[in-house]
Design a protein around this ligand. Sequence first.
Ligand SMILES: Nc1ncnc2c1ncn2[C@@H]1O[C@H](COP(=O)(O)OP(=O)(O)O)[C@@H](O)[C@H]1O
Ligand SMILES: [Mg+2]
Length: 383
Amino acid sequence: MLTIIYVKRKKEDEEEEVLIGISPRPNTFSYSELKDATQDFSPSKKLGEGGFGPVYKGTLPDGRVVAVKQLSLSSNQGKEQFVTEIATISAVHHRNLVKLYGCCIGGNSRLLVYEYHVNKSLDQALWGKNGLHLDWPTRFNIILSTAKGLAYLHEESKPKIVHRDVKASNILLNEELCPKISDFGLAKLYDDKNTHVTTRAAGTIGYLAPEYAMRGHLTEKVDVFSYGVLALEIISGRPNSDNTLEDEEVYLLEWAWTLHENNQLLSLPDPRLAEFDKDEALRVMKVALLCTQASPSIRPPMSRVVAMLSGDTEVNNVTTKPSYITDWDFKDITEAFVNGETQTSIGTDNSRSEIKSRSKTISSLDDQSTLTTEFRETIAEGR
Ligand SMILES: Nc1ncnc2c1ncn2[C@@H]1O[C@H](COP(=O)(O)OP(=O)(O)O)[C@@H](O)[C@H]1O
Ligand SMILES: [Mg+2]
């Protein structure tokens, strides 16, 4: 018994040591504190489950309501590296980013403690069953504020951060329905775990920029692409791929291009919107088409997106239909990517059963070498 206590002490001391050397030092919670907060990680407290693991609602002794995310990192993930990474993320602050209160590294557990947002995630608000109605001013604010949050991550925060998994379920809504971007910085933890697979894409199918999906080429323009897809989802009120729709409407990006070419973009906005500002809506859609251009260099930086959306800068004309829509049989290949409404995060650990069971995904670029080659050729031609 004594030995056990001693071993436990020693372990905790070592963890303390790891933390002492790190600056800024992240706030830490003990495992038992979080266990109590979430009623022993009770299924009734579960908020959802993503590619990284389950998320539980909890209440801390000081009354703060939190979302506790249990990361399914393998135990060989270095503690020091984990804490350093969390320290970095905790130091990044912006009104459109979710607050990370701290972490827990007790034993082999890796937990993250976030501020809880009562209206949960945007995907649930847009096409879930939570009964929220997002009117036009609310949607426009979500689109603009999310752009501001990303512009901050890319251009102002130190260090600059590429999110890599911008999608509707990573945008949380607070009481006033203002957006808070969550999970920034997390994909990096997965990449660093297995250095030999750093080229593997971490992101979610349907939002993935072609150069990243196919070649692992990572810049902040990868987020700009995902943001463009997200903006179209917010305006249309439908997910980026929906097999229940008419053939030509299944893929949102492709459908938006068809409408743009026929000068009918104004029929894209969600029919549930009783009214919307046509100028703002057109601006959003044109910006979204710019953001999803095949060539990353044509996609605007996020600060420019903010300026265009707020009307401070003209929206450049979108003239080039992306080669991945024009040249590529989009449907055949994306069918292998997407499975109905479920969007699954693709991390670097393709053994995670969730990925296998929930959707047919490219969990490894190597698995899809034919696809990779085919796509690479298309991209090369398109430039
Ligand atoms: N801070 C939070 N406040 C409220 N709900 C949250 C919070 N963080 C996550 N959630 C909910 O838990 C779900 C799972 O989160 P996550 O593990 O990040 O997976 P994903 O982003 O892939 O859906 C989210 O879709 C969201 O609905
Ligand atoms: Mg998330």
